[in-house]
Write a protein that binds this ligand. Structure first.
Ligand code: ATP
Length: 311
Protein backbone atom coordinates (compact mmCIF):
# COMPACT_ATOMS: atom_id res chain seq x y z
CA UNK A 1 0.00 0.00 0.00
CA UNK A 2 2.44 2.65 -1.09
CA UNK A 3 1.27 4.26 -4.32
CA UNK A 4 -0.78 7.40 -3.74
CA UNK A 5 -3.91 7.18 -5.87
CA UNK A 6 -5.44 10.50 -4.82
CA UNK A 7 -3.52 13.53 -3.70
CA UNK A 8 -4.75 16.96 -2.65
CA UNK A 9 -1.98 19.56 -2.50
CA UNK A 10 -2.74 22.98 -1.02
CA UNK A 11 -6.28 22.48 -2.24
CA UNK A 12 -8.68 25.36 -1.53
CA UNK A 13 -12.18 26.22 -2.65
CA UNK A 14 -14.10 29.40 -1.99
CA UNK A 15 -17.52 30.51 -3.15
CA UNK A 16 -18.61 34.02 -4.05
CA UNK A 17 -21.82 35.23 -2.46
CA UNK A 18 -24.48 36.10 -5.07
CA UNK A 19 -25.62 39.00 -2.85
CA UNK A 20 -22.48 40.64 -1.45
CA UNK A 21 -19.87 39.21 -3.90
CA UNK A 22 -17.77 38.44 -0.80
CA UNK A 23 -15.62 35.29 -1.02
CA UNK A 24 -16.37 32.55 1.48
CA UNK A 25 -13.80 29.82 2.05
CA UNK A 26 -15.26 26.30 2.13
CA UNK A 27 -11.94 24.39 2.02
CA UNK A 28 -8.60 25.94 2.95
CA UNK A 29 -5.16 24.67 1.96
CA UNK A 30 -5.80 20.95 2.38
CA UNK A 31 -2.89 18.56 1.76
CA UNK A 32 -3.48 14.82 1.95
CA UNK A 33 -2.74 11.60 0.12
CA UNK A 34 -4.86 8.46 -0.17
CA UNK A 35 -2.99 5.19 -0.75
CA UNK A 36 -4.16 2.77 -3.40
CA UNK A 37 -6.15 -0.04 -1.72
CA UNK A 38 -6.89 1.73 1.55
CA UNK A 39 -10.23 2.83 3.01
CA UNK A 40 -9.91 6.52 3.85
CA UNK A 41 -12.43 8.43 5.94
CA UNK A 42 -13.10 12.15 5.56
CA UNK A 43 -15.01 13.44 8.56
CA UNK A 44 -16.07 16.76 10.02
CA UNK A 45 -19.01 18.74 11.32
CA UNK A 46 -21.75 20.03 9.01
CA UNK A 47 -20.23 22.60 6.70
CA UNK A 48 -16.64 21.41 7.29
CA UNK A 49 -16.06 21.21 3.52
CA UNK A 50 -16.39 17.48 2.83
CA UNK A 51 -18.91 17.57 -0.02
CA UNK A 52 -17.14 20.55 -1.58
CA UNK A 53 -13.90 18.54 -1.65
CA UNK A 54 -15.67 15.55 -3.19
CA UNK A 55 -17.32 17.73 -5.86
CA UNK A 56 -13.94 19.17 -6.81
CA UNK A 57 -12.36 15.69 -7.06
CA UNK A 58 -15.23 14.66 -9.34
CA UNK A 59 -14.89 17.82 -11.45
CA UNK A 60 -18.46 18.94 -10.69
CA UNK A 61 -17.00 22.26 -9.48
CA UNK A 62 -13.50 23.72 -9.92
CA UNK A 63 -10.91 24.09 -7.17
CA UNK A 64 -9.99 27.74 -6.46
CA UNK A 65 -6.33 26.88 -5.97
CA UNK A 66 -3.98 23.98 -5.36
CA UNK A 67 -4.00 20.69 -7.17
CA UNK A 68 -5.84 17.37 -7.20
CA UNK A 69 -3.82 14.47 -8.57
CA UNK A 70 -4.92 10.97 -9.54
CA UNK A 71 -2.18 8.32 -9.77
CA UNK A 72 0.47 11.03 -9.83
CA UNK A 73 -0.88 13.37 -12.50
CA UNK A 74 -3.32 16.26 -12.47
CA UNK A 75 -6.82 14.76 -12.47
CA UNK A 76 -8.66 14.95 -15.80
CA UNK A 77 -11.83 13.59 -17.44
CA UNK A 78 -10.10 10.39 -18.59
CA UNK A 79 -8.91 9.58 -15.06
CA UNK A 80 -12.29 10.39 -13.58
CA UNK A 81 -13.65 7.40 -15.55
CA UNK A 82 -11.75 5.28 -13.02
CA UNK A 83 -13.74 6.80 -10.14
CA UNK A 84 -17.12 5.60 -8.86
CA UNK A 85 -19.33 7.94 -6.88
CA UNK A 86 -22.20 7.42 -4.48
CA UNK A 87 -23.80 10.81 -3.74
CA UNK A 88 -25.43 11.51 -0.39
CA UNK A 89 -28.84 11.36 -2.03
CA UNK A 90 -28.69 9.27 -5.18
CA UNK A 91 -31.48 10.04 -7.60
CA UNK A 92 -33.05 7.37 -9.79
CA UNK A 93 -35.90 7.30 -12.31
CA UNK A 94 -38.33 5.34 -10.16
CA UNK A 95 -40.36 3.89 -13.07
CA UNK A 96 -37.26 2.06 -14.37
CA UNK A 97 -36.42 -1.37 -13.03
CA UNK A 98 -33.18 -2.03 -11.15
CA UNK A 99 -31.67 -3.68 -14.26
CA UNK A 100 -32.85 -0.89 -16.60
CA UNK A 101 -31.33 1.68 -14.25
CA UNK A 102 -27.94 -0.02 -14.34
CA UNK A 103 -28.12 -0.55 -18.13
CA UNK A 104 -28.84 3.18 -18.52
CA UNK A 105 -26.10 4.33 -16.12
CA UNK A 106 -23.59 1.77 -17.45
CA UNK A 107 -24.31 3.15 -20.94
CA UNK A 108 -23.37 6.63 -19.68
CA UNK A 109 -19.95 5.17 -18.76
CA UNK A 110 -19.57 4.07 -22.38
CA UNK A 111 -20.32 0.38 -21.79
CA UNK A 112 -22.25 -1.27 -24.65
CA UNK A 113 -23.77 -4.59 -25.78
CA UNK A 114 -22.68 -7.87 -24.19
CA UNK A 115 -20.00 -6.13 -22.09
CA UNK A 116 -22.66 -3.91 -20.55
CA UNK A 117 -25.03 -6.84 -19.88
CA UNK A 118 -22.25 -8.87 -18.32
CA UNK A 119 -21.17 -5.95 -16.14
CA UNK A 120 -24.76 -5.32 -14.99
CA UNK A 121 -25.23 -9.00 -14.04
CA UNK A 122 -21.93 -9.08 -12.19
CA UNK A 123 -22.70 -5.87 -10.30
CA UNK A 124 -26.22 -7.01 -9.37
CA UNK A 125 -24.77 -10.20 -7.91
CA UNK A 126 -21.99 -8.29 -6.17
CA UNK A 127 -24.39 -5.99 -4.28
CA UNK A 128 -26.91 -8.82 -3.78
CA UNK A 129 -29.67 -7.14 -5.77
CA UNK A 130 -30.03 -9.82 -8.46
CA UNK A 131 -33.25 -11.09 -6.88
CA UNK A 132 -34.80 -7.63 -7.43
CA UNK A 133 -33.35 -7.01 -10.90
CA UNK A 134 -36.78 -6.58 -12.49
CA UNK A 135 -38.43 -4.61 -9.67
CA UNK A 136 -39.24 -0.95 -10.34
CA UNK A 137 -36.91 1.27 -8.31
CA UNK A 138 -39.88 2.85 -6.50
CA UNK A 139 -40.64 -0.50 -4.84
CA UNK A 140 -37.20 -0.74 -3.18
CA UNK A 141 -36.68 0.05 0.50
CA UNK A 142 -34.24 2.85 1.40
CA UNK A 143 -31.62 0.21 2.21
CA UNK A 144 -32.05 -1.50 -1.18
CA UNK A 145 -32.00 1.88 -2.95
CA UNK A 146 -28.67 2.55 -1.25
CA UNK A 147 -27.49 -0.84 -2.58
CA UNK A 148 -28.57 0.31 -6.05
CA UNK A 149 -26.60 3.49 -5.38
CA UNK A 150 -23.61 1.27 -4.73
CA UNK A 151 -24.28 -0.74 -7.85
CA UNK A 152 -24.30 2.39 -10.04
CA UNK A 153 -21.13 3.61 -8.31
CA UNK A 154 -19.23 0.40 -9.14
CA UNK A 155 -20.77 -0.38 -12.55
CA UNK A 156 -17.58 0.99 -14.18
CA UNK A 157 -15.38 -1.21 -11.92
CA UNK A 158 -13.72 1.88 -10.40
CA UNK A 159 -10.24 2.01 -8.91
CA UNK A 160 -11.41 4.66 -6.47
CA UNK A 161 -14.88 4.68 -4.93
CA UNK A 162 -16.04 7.95 -3.40
CA UNK A 163 -18.92 7.68 -0.95
CA UNK A 164 -20.63 10.79 0.42
CA UNK A 165 -22.51 9.88 3.62
CA UNK A 166 -23.22 6.27 2.54
CA UNK A 167 -25.16 5.53 5.74
CA UNK A 168 -27.48 8.51 5.64
CA UNK A 169 -31.11 7.66 6.37
CA UNK A 170 -30.46 3.94 6.91
CA UNK A 171 -31.75 1.85 9.80
CA UNK A 172 -29.23 -0.29 11.77
CA UNK A 173 -29.72 -3.30 9.46
CA UNK A 174 -29.28 -1.18 6.33
CA UNK A 175 -26.21 0.43 7.88
CA UNK A 176 -24.68 -2.94 8.61
CA UNK A 177 -25.36 -4.16 5.06
CA UNK A 178 -23.77 -1.11 3.51
CA UNK A 179 -20.83 -1.26 5.92
CA UNK A 180 -20.22 -4.89 4.94
CA UNK A 181 -20.55 -3.97 1.28
CA UNK A 182 -17.90 -1.26 1.59
CA UNK A 183 -15.54 -3.61 3.45
CA UNK A 184 -16.07 -6.34 0.82
CA UNK A 185 -15.33 -3.91 -2.03
CA UNK A 186 -12.25 -2.65 -0.26
CA UNK A 187 -11.03 -6.24 0.22
CA UNK A 188 -11.24 -6.82 -3.52
CA UNK A 189 -8.85 -3.90 -4.03
CA UNK A 190 -11.11 -0.90 -4.52
CA UNK A 191 -9.77 2.22 -2.82
CA UNK A 192 -12.45 3.88 -0.68
CA UNK A 193 -12.76 7.59 0.10
CA UNK A 194 -15.80 8.19 2.27
CA UNK A 195 -17.37 10.95 4.29
CA UNK A 196 -19.74 10.11 7.12
CA UNK A 197 -21.12 11.45 10.36
CA UNK A 198 -21.46 7.94 11.78
CA UNK A 199 -18.04 7.72 13.35
CA UNK A 200 -18.35 4.17 14.70
CA UNK A 201 -18.94 2.96 11.13
CA UNK A 202 -16.02 5.02 9.84
CA UNK A 203 -13.88 3.46 12.57
CA UNK A 204 -14.98 -0.04 11.51
CA UNK A 205 -14.40 0.52 7.80
CA UNK A 206 -11.44 2.88 7.43
CA UNK A 207 -7.68 2.48 7.74
CA UNK A 208 -7.04 6.21 8.09
CA UNK A 209 -9.31 9.15 8.75
CA UNK A 210 -8.87 12.85 7.98
CA UNK A 211 -10.56 15.17 10.45
CA UNK A 212 -11.79 18.45 8.95
CA UNK A 213 -12.95 21.50 10.86
CA UNK A 214 -14.17 24.72 9.24
CA UNK A 215 -12.55 23.87 5.93
CA UNK A 216 -9.14 23.00 7.37
CA UNK A 217 -7.54 19.60 7.75
CA UNK A 218 -6.87 19.18 11.47
CA UNK A 219 -5.28 15.74 11.57
CA UNK A 220 -5.05 12.39 9.80
CA UNK A 221 -5.59 9.50 12.23
CA UNK A 222 -4.32 5.98 11.61
CA UNK A 223 -7.10 3.84 13.11
CA UNK A 224 -5.02 0.68 13.54
CA UNK A 225 -2.27 2.58 15.34
CA UNK A 226 -4.90 4.12 17.61
CA UNK A 227 -6.33 0.68 18.37
CA UNK A 228 -2.86 -0.63 19.26
CA UNK A 229 -1.81 2.46 21.18
CA UNK A 230 -1.19 2.35 24.92
CA UNK A 231 -4.53 2.26 26.74
CA UNK A 232 -5.49 5.25 28.87
CA UNK A 233 -6.67 2.97 31.66
CA UNK A 234 -7.67 -0.54 32.65
CA UNK A 235 -11.10 -1.30 34.08
CA UNK A 236 -11.78 -4.49 36.09
CA UNK A 237 -15.37 -5.33 37.01
CA UNK A 238 -16.32 -7.73 39.82
CA UNK A 239 -19.67 -9.35 40.57
CA UNK A 240 -19.90 -8.30 44.24
CA UNK A 241 -21.94 -5.99 46.46
CA UNK A 242 -18.81 -4.84 48.27
CA UNK A 243 -15.16 -5.36 47.48
CA UNK A 244 -13.09 -7.67 49.63
CA UNK A 245 -11.46 -5.29 52.27
CA UNK A 246 -7.93 -6.64 51.69
CA UNK A 247 -8.30 -6.18 47.95
CA UNK A 248 -9.84 -2.73 48.38
CA UNK A 249 -6.91 -1.62 50.51
CA UNK A 250 -4.46 -2.70 47.78
CA UNK A 251 -6.59 -0.98 45.13
CA UNK A 252 -6.65 2.29 47.09
CA UNK A 253 -2.87 2.06 47.59
CA UNK A 254 -2.44 1.57 43.81
CA UNK A 255 -4.44 4.76 43.16
CA UNK A 256 -7.48 3.02 41.65
CA UNK A 257 -10.77 4.78 41.06
CA UNK A 258 -13.30 2.56 42.89
CA UNK A 259 -17.03 2.41 42.23
CA UNK A 260 -19.12 -0.01 44.30
CA UNK A 261 -22.64 -0.19 42.93
CA UNK A 262 -24.33 -3.49 43.80
CA UNK A 263 -24.32 -6.02 42.24
CA UNK A 264 -21.05 -4.84 40.63
CA UNK A 265 -17.88 -3.13 41.73
CA UNK A 266 -15.41 -1.64 39.27
CA UNK A 267 -11.89 -0.39 39.67
CA UNK A 268 -10.11 1.75 37.10
CA UNK A 269 -6.35 2.23 36.96
CA UNK A 270 -4.18 4.19 34.59
CA UNK A 271 -1.16 1.97 35.22
CA UNK A 272 -1.29 -1.47 33.53
CA UNK A 273 1.34 -3.06 35.82
CA UNK A 274 -0.61 -2.07 38.95
CA UNK A 275 -3.79 -3.37 37.30
CA UNK A 276 -2.15 -6.72 36.59
CA UNK A 277 -0.88 -6.96 40.21
CA UNK A 278 -4.37 -6.24 41.49
CA UNK A 279 -5.75 -8.87 39.15
CA UNK A 280 -3.40 -11.42 40.79
CA UNK A 281 -4.65 -10.33 44.23
CA UNK A 282 -8.25 -10.69 43.05
CA UNK A 283 -7.60 -14.21 41.73
CA UNK A 284 -5.79 -15.16 44.99
CA UNK A 285 -8.86 -13.95 46.92
CA UNK A 286 -11.25 -15.96 44.72
CA UNK A 287 -13.04 -12.82 43.59
CA UNK A 288 -15.60 -13.15 40.81
CA UNK A 289 -14.08 -11.20 37.88
CA UNK A 290 -16.71 -10.27 35.30
CA UNK A 291 -14.73 -8.14 32.90
CA UNK A 292 -11.24 -6.80 32.22
CA UNK A 293 -11.08 -4.10 29.61
CA UNK A 294 -8.58 -1.63 28.21
CA UNK A 295 -9.92 1.86 27.71
CA UNK A 296 -8.71 3.67 24.61
CA UNK A 297 -10.30 6.74 23.08
CA UNK A 298 -12.61 5.82 20.18
CA UNK A 299 -12.81 7.87 16.99
CA UNK A 300 -15.68 9.93 18.40
CA UNK A 301 -13.62 10.96 21.44
CA UNK A 302 -10.59 11.71 19.26
CA UNK A 303 -12.81 13.72 16.91
CA UNK A 304 -14.22 15.84 19.75
CA UNK A 305 -10.78 16.40 21.27
CA UNK A 306 -9.37 17.57 17.96
CA UNK A 307 -12.32 19.75 16.98
CA UNK A 308 -13.26 21.09 20.42
CA UNK A 309 -12.01 24.56 19.67
CA UNK A 310 -15.29 26.34 20.05
CA UNK A 311 -17.22 24.78 17.14
P1 ATP B 1 -22.40 18.46 5.54
O1 ATP B 1 -21.84 17.47 6.48
O2 ATP B 1 -23.47 19.29 6.15
O3 ATP B 1 -22.79 17.87 4.20
P2 ATP B 1 -19.90 19.41 4.41
O4 ATP B 1 -18.73 19.17 5.27
O5 ATP B 1 -20.13 18.49 3.26
O6 ATP B 1 -21.21 19.51 5.30
P3 ATP B 1 -19.91 21.49 2.43
O7 ATP B 1 -21.25 21.13 1.86
O8 ATP B 1 -18.72 21.14 1.64
O9 ATP B 1 -19.76 20.90 3.90
O10 ATP B 1 -19.93 23.05 2.72
C1 ATP B 1 -18.79 23.75 3.19
C2 ATP B 1 -19.13 25.22 3.24
O11 ATP B 1 -19.25 25.73 1.92
C3 ATP B 1 -20.44 25.52 3.94
O12 ATP B 1 -20.29 26.70 4.69
C4 ATP B 1 -21.41 25.72 2.80
O13 ATP B 1 -22.43 26.63 3.15
C5 ATP B 1 -20.51 26.35 1.73
N1 ATP B 1 -20.98 26.04 0.37
C6 ATP B 1 -21.08 24.80 -0.17
N2 ATP B 1 -21.53 24.89 -1.45
C7 ATP B 1 -21.72 26.21 -1.70
C8 ATP B 1 -22.17 26.97 -2.84
N3 ATP B 1 -22.49 26.37 -3.99
N4 ATP B 1 -22.23 28.30 -2.72
C9 ATP B 1 -21.88 28.93 -1.58
N5 ATP B 1 -21.45 28.29 -0.46
C10 ATP B 1 -21.36 26.94 -0.52
Amino acid sequence: MSEIILELANFSKSFRSHWTYAQKSAVIDVCLGVYRGEAFGYIGHNGAGKTTTIKCILGLIRASSGSIKFSGSEINAEQRKKIGYLPEQPYFYDHLSVRETLLFLGGLHGLRGPVLNERVDKTLAQVKLDHRANSPVRTLSKGLQQRLGFAQAIINDPELLILDEPFSGLDPIGRREIREEIIALNKTGTTIFMSSHILSDVEDVCDRVAIMARGRLKQVINIKEEHLSRPESVIITFAVDRLNPVFKESAVAAGALIVERAPYATIELSDIDSANNLLQTAIANNMNILDYSLKRPDLEEIFFRITEDGQ
